[in-house]
Every structure is written in C-alpha cells, then in structure tokens.
Design a protein around this ligand. Structure first.
Ligand code: HEM
Length: 155
C-alpha cells in the first residue's frame, strides 16, 4: 500500500534525478557536442536550453528541501534523531540551492542580456561563469545523491 511518505520520498528522488541528471547531461554531453557551432548559434542554443531547464530546476529547488524536511520531521522524528548522512545532505542541498540562486540572478541574467544584444564575446564570458557554477553543482549533486541513497546503510 502507498503511504504519503512513500510519495514524498519518490518525489524527492525524482527531483534529484531531474536536477542532477540535467546538469550532468548539459555539462558532460551537450557542452562538448556543441564545440563545432559558431558562437551566435551556440550561445543562442544555450540560452534556449537554460530557459527550459531552469523551470525544472526551480521546481526541484522547492520540492527537494520541502520533501526533505517533511521526511525529517515525519519519518525520522527531527534533525537530532536523523543520521549523519541527512545532515550532510541538508548542508550540501542548501549549498546547491544557494549556488543555483547566485547563477540564476548573476551570470545567467547577464548572459541573457548579452545574447539579446547579440554581444557574443560578453555572452561567452558569462557562459563560462555559468559553466563553472554548473560544474561545481554537478559534483555536489552527485555527492549528495550518493550520500542520500547510501547513508542509511552506513554503520
Ligand atoms: C535540502 C535539504 C534536504 C533534506 C532535509 C533531505 C532529507 C532527506 C531525507 C530525510 C531522506 C531519507 C533518508 C533516509 O531515510 O535514510 C533523503 C533521501 C534522499 N535524498 Fe535528500 N534531502 C535534502 C536534499 C537533497 C538533495 C539536494 C538531493 C540530491 C540532489 C537529495 C537526494 C536524496 C536521495 C537520492 C535520497 C534517497 C532516496 C531513496 O532512494 O530512498 N536530497 N533526503
């Protein structure tokens, strides 16, 4: 029988898959595949990719902490009774959210303005800043998934 907590943990895991999987795809697969395109096409394509992907990231950064806190307070009791892996996941998760908010309101905002103005050198520079933040968040995301999924089996 499905109980509400099983839906919440499934939503939590699905949001992690969408966010971390999307970043992994963008960084590891899409980025090297676009190397042959000219800057106007490449930067315009990235602009479209970000516009679509970031809607899903906004959904994930709301549902992940919300479902995480529901799990802590309904399944585990509270943060004091939660395992070390939950504390690490919590800190890493909030760090990832903070990095995304910085990315969204700083380099991504400047990137969009530069693409709209067809200022390709500026857009490329801001894309480079976005790339750096995404690379950090991809690594943090993979580490968080590893810890979140395996932590309950730690001794
Ligand atoms: C923001 C604060 C977060 C809190 C409070 C939180 C809390 C939790 C809790 C309580 C569990 C269940 C752990 C257990 O029963 O042993 C869990 C599982 C999990 N969390 Fe988080 N989490 C957070 C963020 C994240 C983030 C950002 C990710 C990934 C990007 C993530 C990925 C996972 C995964 C993969 C699981 C295991 C799901 C499963 O297969 O059962 N969590 N989380």
């Amino acid at each position: 029988m499905l109980n509400p907590l099983s839906i919440i943990i499934a939503l939590h895991a699905i949001c992690a898959v969408i966010w971390v999987g999307g970043m992994f795809f963008a960084y590891v697969i899409l980025r090297p595949s676009l190397g042959t395109l000219e800057p106007p096409q490449r930067l315009t394509l990235w602009n479209t990719v970000f516009t679509r992907f970031f809607i899903w990231v906004w959904i994930a950064i709301i549902i992940l902490p919300a479902s995480g806190y529901l799990l802590v307070f309904n399944q585990l009791g509270n943060f004091q009774s939660a395992g070390l892996h939950v504390h690490i996941m919590h800190i890493l998760g909030l760090t990832m959210v903070g990095l995304f908010l910085f990315l969204y309101f700083s380099p991504y905002r400047h990137f969009r303005v530069a693409v709209a103005a067809k200022d390709w050198p500026q857009a490329a520079q801001h894309l480079n800043s976005i790339r750096r933040v995404v690379s950090i968040n991809t690594l943090l995301g993979l580490a968080t998934v590893f810890i979140g999924a395996s932590g309950r089996f730690w001794i």
